[in-house]
Design a protein around this ligand. Sequence first.
Ligand SMILES: Cc1ncc(COP(=O)(O)O)c(C=O)c1O
Length: 455
Amino acid sequence: MWHQNILETLGNTPLVKLNNVTQGLKCTVLGKVEYFNPGNSVKDRIAVEMINEAERLGKLKPGGTIIEGTSGNTGFGLALVAVVRGYRCICTITDKQSQEKIDILRSLGAEVIVCPTNVEPEDPQSYYSVAKRLATEIPNSFYPNQYDNLANRQAHYRTTGPEIWEQTEGKITHYVAGMGTCGTITGTSTYLKEKNPNIVTIGVDTYGSLFQKLHETGEIDMNEVYPYATEGIGEDFVPQNLDLKVVDRIIKVTDKDAAIMTRKLARLEGLFVGWSCGSAMHAALEYARSLGPKDVMVVILPDHGTRYLAKVYNDQWMKDRGYLDAGALVTAQEILHRKQQSAPLLQLDASELVARAIEIMRKNDISQVPVYQNGEIVGSLSESAVLNRLLDDPSVKEARVGDIMADPFPFVLPTTRIDVISKMISKEVPAVIVQKTDGTQDIITKSDLISVLAG
Ligand SMILES: Cc1ncc(COP(=O)(O)O)c(C=O)c1O
């Protein structure tokens, strides 16, 4: 069995459980990983739907030209359709978008026109206006207009919604999606709420966009609108694809929180996703704190990380914006993930002979170890302390560990930040114990901290 062309691989993207960024939460959080689509984004769905409909209505004829204003992803989808079906494709894009996005569009044979970001949508230079103008000038051209073309939300009503319903076997209780053209949130939520009106839909907006205020007050407040950096979500006007009736709550996320969460998704979950995925997940996890064990939350992860290599995934770019301060990024959980060793935490019993303890520490190449009694941590032993005692009194070798041990290492949570941990660690306290949510423990030593801080 094979596909007739690449467009047939569209949809049926996997739903994947998040296991690490969700620590401490009671509910199940699932990511709908849209980079499995042929153009690596959720927008392939609407590109095919809008073009199918235009062909059906005779708005696009063989040999025609597709012209769209796009933040990139819709352009990739349209460029793919254009390649497979023999159309010319022109994309207008803002100068805010990643260079990678422009390069990918050109690699797919699309013509790209870069327009200024910080102009009103009605300004003749805006990427909306340029796309509209070209569509009137170029004969046999079609301007899909993803913002107001209702085939956009229809694509999600027809595909994304049913997929999520079937993949969760109807167990979904909360649906989370970013809001740009609002096709994804409106189409999917409409379908899901038809299936079960109790499903709660949470929209994700950026600071600098008007959706949240509009939802809360009904007012289009242009004071809410200012430049922001996150790509793909947030708007300075209301797209026709938005139906606020199917959105229960809107959460705003900063560029920085979104960027930090994006990197966490890559490093802690192996989900190499785009920037707006970080926005969606940041909002989702904030909301999920109030949910219980029966709740099943589905979060749309719209695109792939390759599009943001020069931005969110670039350390220098992150540092230049103050996004990469160690405290915000690294938690005990992340330090543990970065540690190479995967062996369980070494346990030394208080009744063990000191001579044997030294042997165990040497064999395992460790300098400090927690001491246990009846499964509880009762103290700690460090190599340097033992050596000092031995220098004073060689017979200490025959003593029990419990007789010479020091106080237990302090406990921290997986969410404790690196700046807090580094204040706890000192010459006298060479390590901390991480009390994990599954009941087990792990250790972070001074050398683990140094290797994380040294990068
Ligand atoms: C990366 C990314 N995330 C999220 C969205 C938002 O999806 P929608 O336009 O369906 O609201 C878009 C849309 O442009 C996007 O490109």
